[in-house]
Design a protein around this ligand. Structure first.
Ligand code: 13P
Length: 252
C-alpha cells in the first residue's frame, strides 16, 4: 500500500554548519523507524554534506527546486543532472516559487519533466490562495494546477503530490484534517481520471501547511492523507521527530 512520507522543506534556512547539526540531532532517533519514508530537503549547498551524514540510514534527501534545462548559460541555476547523483527527490512548484519567482504551470510542467527524465522523484506542490478558498474555488484551482503541471506527461514514476493551501503555509493556521482530506480525495480522483484507477489509488498525496507535532495526529489519522510536507517545524529536531513518530504509530 502507500508508504507514508514525512518530508522536511527547510526553505532558505540553515548554513551548512547548522544543517549538519540539525541532521545529527534527528538521525539517531529516526534510524529506528522503518515504516515511514523520511526526506530532508535542505538548501542546495548542504545536499552534499548531508548526503554523507545520512549514508547507511533510512533518511532520504530531496532538493527544493531545479531548473528545467540540463546545462548551459543559466547563471545561478541548478539542473536535474546536477541533482541526480546527490538526492532522490525534488520539490517542484512550491507556492513560494509560484508567488515570488513567477513560476507558471508551464514552467512547473517543464521542471516535472526534467526531474522524471533523470530519475528524480518530484514532490509536486499545488494549493489554492486564501481569496480562492474564500470564493469557493479550491476545487477549480487545484484541478487546473494539477492538469497544467502534468500536461503531456504519460509516466509519473513515483511522483508525489503535496496539497499545500497557501493560506496555511507559515501562518499557524493549518487546514483541518477533514478539509485537507476532502481536497486530497478530490486530487486523487483527478489523478485517477487523468491516468487510471490504479495510479489514483497508488499515488501518495501529502498535506502541507503549519503541520506541527501538536496537530500531526489529526492529519495522519485521515486515510486519504499519506504524510506531510513540513516547513517551519522541520527545522526543530524535536518537532520533526514528533511528527515522524506519530505518523509511524498512526499509519498501518
Ligand atoms: P509551514 O509548515 O512552515 O507552514 O510550511 C509548509 C510548506 O510550505 C512546506 O513546503
Amino acid at each position: 500500500m502507500r508508504v507514508p512520507m514525512i518530508a522536511g522543506n527547510w526553505k532558505m534556512n540553515t548554513t551548512v554548519g547548522e544543517a549538519i547539526e540539525l541532521v545529527k540531532a534527528i538521525r539517531a532517533e529516526l534510524d529506528r523507524i522503518d515504516n515511514v519514508d523520511m526526506v530532508l530537503c535542505p538548501p542546495f549547498i548542504s545536499l552534499s554534506a548531508i548526503g554523507e551524514l545520512i549514508k547507511g540510514s533510512s533518511i532520504k534527501l530531496g532538493a527544493q527546486n531545479l531548473y528545467f534545462e540540463e546545462k548551459g548559460a543559466y547563471t545561478g541555476e541548478v539542473s536535474s543532472l546536477m541533482l541526480a547523483g546527490l538526492c532522490e527527490f525534488v520539490i517542484v512548484g512550491h507556492s513560494e516559487r509560484r508567488q515570488y519567482f513567477n513560476e507558471t504551470g508551464e514552467i512547473v510542467n517543464n521542471k516535472v519533466r526534467a526531474a522524471l527524465k533523470v530519475g528524480l522523484t518530484p514532490i509536486l506542490c499545488i494549493g489554492e490562495r486564501l481569496e480562492e478558498n474564500e470564493a469557493g474555488r479550491t476545487k477549480e484551482v487545484v484541478t487546473e494546477q494539477l492538469e497544467s503541471s502534468l500536461a503531456g506527461i504519460d509516466c509519473l514514476g513515483g511522483l508525489l503530490i503535496a496539497y499545500e493551501p497557501v493560506w496555511a503555509i507559515g501562518t499557524g493556521r493549518a487546514a483541518s484534517g477533514e478539509q485537507a482530506s476532502d481536497t486530497i480525495g478530490l486530487i486523487r480522483r483527478n489523478v485517477a481520471d487523468l491516468y487510471s484507477e490504479k495510479i489514483g489509488g497508488e499515488i501518495r498525496i501529502l498535506y502541507g501547511g503549519s503541520v506541527t507535532a501538536e496537530n500531526a495526529a489529526e492529519f495522519m489519522s485521515q486515510p486519504e492523507i499519506d504524510g506531510a510536507l513540513v516547513g517551519g517545524a522541520s527545522l526543530k529536531a524535536d518537532q520533526f521527530l514528533g511528527i515522524v513518530k506519530q505518523t509511524s504509530e498512526i499509519k498501518p
